[in-house]
Design a protein around this ligand. Sequence first.
Ligand SMILES: C[S@@+](CC[C@H](N)C(=O)[O-])C[C@H]1O[C@@H](n2cnc3c(N)ncnc32)[C@H](O)[C@@H]1O
Length: 342
Amino acid sequence: MAVASFGAEESLIGIGEHKILNTHLIDLRTTPPDVFKDLSDTDWSKVGWNDVGRPYKVENYSSVRTDWEHSHGEEMPVRDQWQYFNRYFHDMFVTDVPAKRKEVQQKFWSALGKVDTSEIAEAFQEFIQVQIWNRIHRTKDAVWDPRGKRALFEGLDVKNPKILFLGAADGYEAMQLMAMYPGGHAVLVDYDDFCEEERFGNFPEAYPFLGHNPATGGHKVYYREDFDITFEVKDLRDIDYAPDFDIVLSVGLIEHFPDEHKPHAIEYHRRFLKPGGYAIVTTPRKQLQSQLYYRIMGEVMNFGYRELMTCEQMGLYMYENGFDILRSGYIKAHNGLIAQPR
Ligand SMILES: C[S@@+](CC[C@H](N)C(=O)[O-])C[C@H]1O[C@@H](n2cnc3c(N)ncnc32)[C@H](O)[C@@H]1O
């Protein structure tokens, strides 16, 4: 796959404003609704699996994976699954949606003219995918969701925090945290070097993160270059840091581990935390919209094991693996929680 990058587009807006660009939305709005549904009053000691049920497994895989497995006669290794995922996902982030929509429409009309049914079906599928991406990411901003994440991340008792991001991909949430709690350092860990080079490496420099201004107590806008970040291309299972992080974060990671491996995945959120530190975890929500999303976008999103879960299910995994849940709830597409080791 050829690697494309974000286009340069005017992205200057003032605090309180938002603007839809060709690839994504930028959003510096400071007033409600913050699209965080707070479920923090859940008494986790009284919640059991019989009450909350089990996560939904997404089982329609990309033909890229099934063809690979057919020709190799073995299951695609998990790391390779992530390499495909990151390249296809990045390709969507950098898509100039209005231009792509035009291109796909022309392809559709041309296929109709030739009465070529397989080309018509392909163009139609591409058209639906562009429409969905336009809605989910470019106009609704449900993937980056800065307003929801700001609401989820607010109120942490940290100063110049040291942040560890497990499976960091583009590093987005670490940057949002660093804007809200400035002056710290983040270590992003991902075993796909494409994330270091492209997803994080070419994250739009002009993307504005709304955060806190320690000098005035008000808002301040930060950009990628303002943050002190180290990217480590490493397998999580090989990292060996001191337990001195204020925040350990994962976004869309633990739902990729089947139940027998979840305790191990969750343990990584505890091992590197300093006493009093916070684990922040988000996972995609189990909701009809998300089930449809992964069904329709499966060809470019589904390369490996994936669950969709409710906030209660995610909280229960963390609670039964030794965390107290300080805040829990959901934002547009993800559940989110702030937790501390018990
Ligand atoms: C689903 S992505 C997280 C979603 C993310 N917000 C995004 O935009 O893609 C999970 C990331 O974790 C990384 N990852 C998965 N298992 C890993 C492991 N064992 N070690 C290091 N990185 C891992 C993948 O390469 C991928 O970039």
